[in-house]
Write a protein that binds this ligand. Structure first.
Ligand code: NAD
Ligand code: MG
Length: 377
């Protein structure tokens, strides 16, 4: 079996380290050819020693180093376009992952995409880059992996509707007054998943689910009125697909990102693996479903509205959210200020031009500035 080369971008994060575990177990099929990280040089060094990639890049160039790593932001596109990379696993957090996604697709790679923000910021440009370069996107996000697993082998026209599941985050069931005083520590306590800090906060506001609805729209070519969300606190059913005959197919597993990471590498095939604990429907019972309480989590409605509006609005939604989450994590703003900042940025900037990457990045930086100015920082 020929080993396929994998470039892992964002290798020091939650998805990146998960991916390296999966690849190490699947070493007859895959090998790491490139690693990149933002600033965690120590972990990156350990990963280099273990996986021996041909290329290592670190975005942060603040320290003088005597290693042969590539330094600076250019390392992301370089790693994503290397000849020895068949697959680019983009596990960067935020809009910072966009250029690597575009470049990898233009270079004809399979992009195993965890970086959902790429699709939210520039869904149309990402689709164009894939078409031009004959690249392919395979989602790592568990909900989208579930949908892909359900529809593979079917014509897209046979899909009537998809229903994304949401755990509801740590604040499911909290009253509005309690939510107003939620702390950073409260918001970082996710009930079913251990993830990076930004996506953990996004799961608490449900902004993550809004990003995922937009992601599903672009990945599967579905209009927004055929993408729904249901709260499923156990995170065992990863999403549902309803077909045109009324049959509903779902994909289930114990919550673990190892499975969707592996599937993004092997799709449409499956590889024997031991990353997910055995499925026991009795032990996992009961599996319950509830409606989203939109009044308490306005970020979901705002994000879906931005998706429907199209143009620069999803990029503004994403950037305002990234900036607000960063201020919340720094203790500068309250939890409730996150959706309020997003709403203000969308009202002000949602209609900005969106024809090119430059337009979208301009909308991104204006939205960040808008949120900082709201709080005079
Ligand atoms: P994380 O914060 O744990 O890791 C982020 C990685 O990106 C790190 O390796 C970091 O070095 C790198 N990075 C950060 N800023 C960067 C920048 N400006 N330029 C280049 N590299 C940068 O995040 P995570 O939880 O692993 O999430 C990564 C992506 O995967 C996000 O888009 C997230 O929404 C998505 N995702 C994560 C999970 C999960 O379980 N963690 C599940 C589904 C989707
Ligand atoms: Mg998800």
């Amino acid at each position: 079996m020929r080993q396929r080369g994998v470039a892992v971008l964002g290798s020091t994060g939650s998805i990146g380290t998960t991916a390296l575990r999966v690849i190490a177990r699947q070493s007859d099929r895959f090998r790491v050819v490139a690693l990149t990280a933002n600033s965690n040089a120590e972990l990156l060094r350990e990963q280099e020693l273990e996986h021996k990639p041909a290329y290592v890049g670190l975005v942060d160039c603040s320290e003088e180093q005597s290693d042969d790593w590539r330094r600076g932001v250019e390392c992301l596109v370089e790693a994503a376009t290397r000849d020895d990379a068949d697959i680019v696993l983009n596990a960067i957090v935020g809009a910072a992952g966009l250029d690597a996604t575009l470049a990898a697709l233009r270079a004809g790679k399979r992009v195993a995409l965890a970086n959902k923000e790429s699709l939210v910021v520039a869904g149309e440009l990402v689709a164009k880059a894939a078409a031009e370069g004959r690249g392919e996107i395979v989602p790592v996000d568990s909900e989208h992996s579930a949908i892909l697993q359900c529809i593979t082998g079917h014509d897209r026209a046979e899909v009537r509707r998809v229903i994304l599941t949401a755990s509801g985050g740590p604040f499911r069931g909290w009253s509005e007054s309690r939510l107003a005083t939620a702390t950073v520590a409260d918001a970082l306590q996710h009930p079913t998943w251990t993830m990076g800090r930004k996506i953990t906060i996004d799961s608490a506001t449900l902004a993550n689910k809004a990003l995922e609805v937009i992601e599903a729209h672009f990945l599967f070519g579905l209009p927004y009125d055929r993408i729904e969300v249901v709260v499923h606190p156990q995170s065992v059913v990863h999403s549902f697909v309803e077909f045109v005959d009324g049959s509903v197919v779902a994909q289930l597993s114990v919550p673990s990102m190892e499975l969707p990471v592996l599937y993004a590498l092997t799709h449409p095939e499956r590889a024997p693996d031991s990353g997910v604990p055995a499925f026991d429907p009795v032990a996992l019972s009961p599996m319950t479903f509830e409606p989203v309480v939109h009044e308490k989590f306005p970020a979901l409605r705002l994000g879906i509205g931005a998706g429907r509006q199209g143009g620069a609005a999803p990029a503004v939604f994403n950037a305002a959210n990234e900036q607000a989450v960063s201020l919340f994590l720094d203790g500068v703003i309250h939890f409730g200020d996150i959706p309020a900042s997003i709403e203000s940025a969308l009202n002000e900037l949602g209609g900005l031009p969106s024809a090119s990457r430059e337009d979208l990045l301009d909308a991104d930086s204006k939205a960040r500035r808008h949120v900082r100015e709201l709080f005079e920082c």
